[in-house]
Unconditional design. Structure first.
Lengths: 474, 261
C-alpha cells in the first residue's frame, strides 16, 4: 500500500463511499457489536472510570518526561542484547528496516499487525527492494491481497463483506482446490492459516509493532487475538519492532494498568487473547526466540506535538473506540479520511503528521457530538483538539473563502445588538411572507446546501425579542 | 451550585438563543412560562448570539468579542437560563476556557458559567420542580441532543418531567443518544454525510411509533423536522418546553396551520 495521503479530497472520498453504499452496510453490524460489547465490559468493571483516570495520568507523566524514559528504555534494550535505532521520519525508518533485512539476507519477511509500518509505507519499500513482506494478521492479510490500506486501526478489513473476501481468496490462492467450501467465516480462516503457515516457516525476519515499550525493563509488548504476532516474532532469526516514541511507559505495573482499559475499550474483551512481552534476543538458556532483536523508534512529527495544544493526542493507545462510536465514520468508513488513521483520532493526528494544509477537512468533518471523547479510555479531548485545528486554519486563512465571508457577515450583525434586532426582525418577517401559508421551504435562496437534503421550517414571523417587548409593554 | 432559598424571588435572565429568536419564538415563551410558574422573575436582556458558530469555526477573536457582550448583558442576574443544551454548554463550559489566559475576564466568565443552565435541568436540578401542569395526548419520543447530554449531563431530567404530563406516553427510539447529524455548519459544509446521519436518525424515530418527536435544541429539531418533512412523514416535531409548558398549540415545527385553542 502507499502512504500517500488523499485527505485533501475528503469530500469526494466520502461522497464515493456513500454512493457505493457497501461501506455503511458492512460497518453496520460491526459497529453495533463493538459498541454493545464495550458497554458490557465497562459495566462489569466498577473501577473502570478510576482506571481511565489512572491510565491518563500515567501517560501524562510519561509525556512530561519522554526524553528520560526513552533513554532509560534504550539503555535497557541494549543491556538485554538488543539494538535501538532512532528514526526522525518515515524515510529514515524505512531505510533502517531495509538495512536490517539486507544484512540478514532476508527474502521473506512476516509481519504482525502494525499501524506504524502502514504510516511509513514499509511494505511498498520492501517490495521495491526485493524483499517480500507477508501480513499475518487476518485482516491485514486480506487487505494486502487487495492492495488496500486498512479502513480501521484494529479491524483493518472491516469495510469488506464475507463474499468479497471469498472472491479474493479464490482469485489469489490458485493452488487450492476450486471446489472447497469458503462460505463460512471459519473456512476462510482455515484457508488463510494454511497459506500463512508456510510463510511463518520460511521467513528470515519478523516485523511487529508495539502496544507498549516498557522503560523499566526494555520490553516491547504486543496484544493480539490471533497468535500470529507470536509466530512472527519467535520463528525468524531476526525480530524488528517498529514503534513510535510515545509508546513508552515507565513500568510493567503501568502497562498492566493501561491494559485493563485497552481491550475493554477496543473489542469489549477483558484482555486480548495474547499479550506478548519480548525482551532482547534469545538467551543461551532460552528454547526459542530470535537471534537478533531490533527496535526502530519513529518520531515522524510527534516530538513537535509535545508542549503544544496537541500533546494530549500522544496519550492515544489505538483502541479505536472513537471511530467505533463516530457517526461520521459510521457513514463513510475509514478510507474516506485519506490516510492511515481514520475517525476522530485520525482527524486530530493526521494534520499533525502530514500538515493541516493537506488534512484540513478532517477536523472540520465532525458534528462535535462528543461521543468519541466520552468513550476514550485515555480521556483525550478529541473535539477540543479538532477545534484547535480549526483555529490554526482560521489564523492561516486556510478555510474556504465563502465560509470566512459568511462568518464575517454574521459576526458583523451579532456584534451590534440594535442592528441585529432590526435585521433579524426583517429576516423573520420576510421569510414568513415568502413562506406564505407553507410550513416548510423545500428550497430557499442562499440556503441550497441545507434544502438540498431537507426542508427548512418557515419562521413564525416575529422575533422573540420583539414579541417579548410587546408583552412587557402591556 | 446550591439550591436557592425557598420562597426567594429569583431574577432569571432568559437567553432565547438566536435560532429561537428568529425561527420559533414560541419556545422562548414556553421557557418563560415554565420559569414563571416555578416562581422566577423572568427578564430578557438585549441579546444576539453566544458565539458558538465562530467558536466552532476557529475564529477565536470574534468568539471572545461576542462572549464579552454576553457577559456584560447577563452577569447581573441570579441565573441565566437557556432553552438549548448546546448554547447553554457554550456559556457554562467553554466561556471559562476562552478567557483562561485573561486575568481581567476569567473570573467574570467563570462566574457567568457557574450560574448558566439549560432550561429543563435548571427546573429539575436547581428549582426542584417535580411535575408540570400540562397535558398532551399521544406518544412522544425524546432525542438526546449531544451537547446537553455529554457536556451538561441532561438525560433523565426531561424524561422525568415528561412523565408527569397528563396523557403523554413516552416511548424510546433506538439510539436516542446518537447525533442527528446537525453539528451547526457541519450540516451545510458536509451535506451528504449529514444527510446520511439524519436519515438514519429519522428511520429510528419512525420505527419508535411515536407521533411526536421532542428534543431540547432547536438546531437539532430543525434538522430532524426538515428531514422528516422531506420524507413526507406525519410526525410532529416540537421543543420539549412547548409540551412541558402546555403550549403545544402552535403548528409543529415545519408544519403549516393555525394556532389551536
Amino acid at each position: 500500500m502507499s502512504s500517500r495521503p488523499t485527505s485533501h479530497t475528503f469530500k469526494d472520498n466520502a461522497a464515493k463511499a456513500i454512493q457505493d453504499g457497501g461501506v455503511p452496510r458492512a460497518l453496520k453490524n460491526v459497529r453495533q457489536n463493538f459498541i454493545d460489547k464495550r458497554v458490557k465490559a465497562v459495566e462489569a468493571l466498577p473501577e473502570f472510570e478510576a482506571l481511565r483516570e489512572s491510565a491518563k495520568e500515567i501517560k501524562n507523566h510519561t509525556l512530561e518526561h519522554l526524553d528520560l524514559y526513552l533513554e532509560r528504555y534504550e539503555q535497557k534494550v541494549k543491556e538485554s542484547g538488543g539494538h535501538v535505532h532512532f528514526a526522525v521520519d518515515a524515510a529514515e525508518a524505512r531505510a533502517i528496516v531495509l538495512d536490517i533485512c539486507r544484512k540478514a539476507g532476508a527474502r521473506t519477511v512476516t509481519k504482525g499487525k502494525s499501524m506504524i509500518t502502514e504510516e511509513i509505507g514499509l511494505n511498498a519499500h520492501l517490495e521495491a527492494n526485493g524483499v517480500v513482506p507477508v501480513e499475518t494478521d487476518l485482516g491485514e492479510y486480506i487487505i494486502q491481497l487487495r492492495g488496500e490500506a486498512p479502513s480501521h486501526i484494529i479491524a483493518p478489513a472491516v469495510h469488506l463483506t464475507k463474499d468479497q473476501i471469498e472472491a479474493d481468496f479464490r482469485r489469489v490462492h490458485t493452488n487450492l482446490d476450486p471446489k472447497r467450501d469458503l462460505t463460512e467465516k471459519t473456512s476462510l480462516l482455515t484457508e488463510a492459516r494454511t497459506m500463512l503457515r508456510e510463510k511463518f516457516l520460511v521467513a528470515d525476519v519478523g516485523i511487529t509493532g508495539a502496544n507498549f515499550l516498557i522503560a523499566e525493563t526494555g520490553t516491547s509488548v504486543i496484544v493480539t487475538n490471533e497468535g500470529n504476532g507470536d509466530l512472527t516474532q519467535l520463528l525468524p532469526r531476526v525480530h524488528v519492532v517498529v514503534a513510535s516514541i510515545e509508546k513508552v511507559v515507565p513500568t510493567l505495573e503501568d502497562t498492566s494498568q493501561i491494559l485493563r482499559v485497552l481491550a475493554r475499550s477496543a473489542t469489549g474483551q477483558e484482555m486480548s487473547v495474547y499479550t506478548t512481552l519480548s525482551t532482547g534476543p534469545r538467551r543461551a538458556t532460552d528454547v526459542d526466540g530470535p537471534e537478533e532483536y531490533h527496535v526502530v523508534l519513529l518520531d515522524n512529527g510527534r516530538s513537535a506535538m509535545l508542549g503544544t495544544e496537541f500533546q494530549d493526542m500522544l496519550r492515544c493507545i489505538r483502541c479505536a473506540a472513537c471511530m467505533n462510536h463516530c457517526p461520521v465514520y459510521h457513514q463513510i468508513g475509514g478510507h474516506a479520511y485519506g490516510w492511515i488513521y481514520p475517525g476522530p483520532m485520525g482527524s486530530v493526528l493526521t494534520p499533525s503528521l502530514i500538515g493541516v494544509d493537506k488534512a484540513g477537512h478532517l477536523p472540520n468533518a465532525s458534528t462535535f457530538c462528543g461521543r468519541c471523547e466520552s468513550v476514550c479510555p485515555m480521556k483525550i479531548p478529541l473535539p477540543k483538539m479538532m477545534r484547535h485545528w480549526r483555529e490554526r486554519e482560521f489564523e492561516r486563512n486556510l478555510n474556504p473563502a465563502v465560509a470566512r465571508y459568511g462568518l464575517g457577515f454574521w459576526a458583523f450583525f451579532a456584534k451590534k445588538p440594535w442592528l441585529y434586532r432590526l435585521s433579524t426582525r426583517l429576516a423573520a418577517k420576510s421569510m414568513k411572507l415568502l413562506g406564505r401559508n407553507k410550513g416548510s421551504f423545500q428550497s430557499l435562496p442562499g440556503a441550497g446546501a441545507w434544502t438540498q437534503y431537507r426542508d427548512f421550517a418557515v419562521p413564525e414571523g416575529e422575533t422573540f425579542q420583539a414579541k417579548w417587548k410587546k408583552r412587557a409593554a402591556k | 451550585m446550591p439550591r436557592p432559598e425557598p420562597g426567594a424571588k429569583l431574577r432569571v435572565a432568559l437567553f432565547a438563543t438566536c435560532l429561537v429568536d428568529i425561527v420559533r419564538p414560541s419556545i422562548g415563551f414556553a421557557a418563560a412560562k415554565l420559569l414563571e410558574q416555578a416562581g422566577c422573575v423572568v427578564e430578557v436582556p438585549a441579546q444576539t448570539c453566544c458565539g458558538q458558530p465562530a467558536f466552532n469555526s476557529g475564529d477565536r477573536r470574534t468568539t471572545q468579542e461576542l462572549a464579552l457582550q454576553m457577559i456584560e448583558a447577563f452577569e447581573g442576574y441570579d441565573y441565566v437560563v437557556v432553552p438549548s443544551g448546546s448554547c447553554g454548554g457554550m456559556i457554562a463550559k467553554h466561556y471559562p476556557e476562552l478567557f483562561a489566559d485573561d486575568p481581567g475576564l476569567s473570573g467574570r466568565a467563570e462566574k457567568l458559567a457557574s450560574k448558566t443552565f439549560e432550561l429543563v435541568s435548571f427546573l429539575t436540578d436547581i428549582l426542584g420542580v417535580m411535575k408540570v401542569e400540562a397535558s398532551h395526548k399521544g406518544s412522544c419520543t425524546y432525542h438526546d441532543s449531544c451537547s446537553g447530554l455529554r457536556e451538561l449531563g441532561i438525560k433523565s431530567q426531561p424524561r422525568r418531567l415528561l412523565g408527569t404530563v397528563d396523557g403523554l406516553d413516552l416511548v424510546e427510539m433506538k439510539d436516542s443518544e446518537v447525533c442527528c447529524g446537525f453539528g451547526g455548519t457541519f450540516a451545510v459544509k458536509y451535506g451528504p454525510i449529514s444527510d446520511q446521519i439524519v436519515s438514519e436518525k429519522c428511520a429510528n424515530i419512525e420505527a419508535s411509533g411515536a407521533k411526536t418527536l421532542l428534543a431540547g435544541d432547536l438546531g437539532c429539531l430543525l434538522n430532524m423536522a426538515g428531514k422528516l418533512s422531506r420524507m413526507g412523514s406525519e410526525i410532529e416535531v416540537r421543543h420539549v418546553a412547548e409540551v412541558l409548558a402546555d403550549m403545544a398549540n402552535e403548528p409543529a415545527i415545519g408544519k403549516a396551520g393555525e394556532k389551536t385553542a
